[in-house]
Design a protein around this ligand. Structure first.
Ligand SMILES: [Zn+2]
Ligand SMILES: [Zn+2]
Length: 242
């Protein structure tokens, strides 16, 4: 007999994934009944050995067919294979000897974890006279509003104006540890990717971190007033002179 596997669903933010997260949950457990100390007998009574199977829990049944005799071994009907009989069952556990309880179980979700199922052996449902099932932790990492993710690498879009792209500028970009200065070079082209080495998530192998890739998204004004139009026209003329 083996207990069922238990499934625990948990959702992490990307920030929690970056640091790792400790979880504490209540797990169902079977423990010895505190009224009968696990014997299953009402107080003052005891278990007696089954007289049908003499405590073996099994009976042999012989069947003859022609010259052959077949012997089959089957669980004893009188004691249900237990080899013993409870004369007066404990009223609390109805003779099972066990009672249900919960126990606190804490575990660490490692940093850099990805969506998936992780098995913790022996922490699943417990059953009478059997081994525990497993605990299956099902992890989902929430999408982030600023970062996209691929494994341990993260991706971030930095918006700059076409003027700043042409002139160059120091901008602030988001990282997992807060804002960081990034130097946009003069003449940066749309969709240029700048790599921030080691600024991604911890690798699941436990070695180092992934990278952050910053994409320069260059914004072109959607509305310009008369004055701006005049300046841009002059700018255009100056380029045409080159
Ligand atoms: Zn009991
Ligand atoms: Zn028996």
């Amino acid at each position: 007999m083996r207990g069922a596997d238990l499934v625990y669903d948990t959702t992490l933010t990307l920030e929690e994934t970056f640091k790792g997260k400790k979880e504490e949950i209540d797990l169902p457990r079977l423990v010895n009944c505190d009224t009968c100390n696990g014997s299953g007998c009402a107080p003052g009574t005891s278990v007696r050995t089954c007289s049908v199977c003499n405590g073996h829990g099994q009976t042999r049944v012989s069947r003859s067919s022609g010259f052959s005799t077949f012997v089959t071994v089957q669980p004893c009907n009188t004691c249900k294979g237990q080899g013993k009989i409870i004369e007066r069952p404990c009223s609390k556990c109805k003779g099972a000897g066990k009672q249900k309880t919960t126990k606190k179980f804490s575990f660490e979700i490692p940093a850099g974890v990805e969506d998936g199922e992780y098995r913790i052996p022996g922490e699943g449902e417990s059953v009478q006279d059997g081994v525990n099932g497993d605990l299956i932790v099902r992890i989902r990492v929430q999408p982030h509003d600023k970062f996209k993710r691929d494994g341990s690498d993260i991706f971030y879009d930095a918006n700059i104006s076409m003027i700043d792209a042409a002139l160059g500028k120091n901008i602030m970009v988001e990282t997992l540890e807060g804002q960081e200065k990034l130097e946009v070079e003069s003449g940066s082209q749309p969709n240029t990717i700048v790599k921030l080495k080691g600024k991604g998530l911890p690798r699941q192998s436990g070695r180092g971190r992934g990278d952050e890739y910053v994409r320069l998204v260059i914004n072109i004004p959607t509305k310009i007033d008369k004055q701006q139009r005049k300046l841009l026209e002059e700018l255009k003329d100056s380029f045409n002179r080159d």
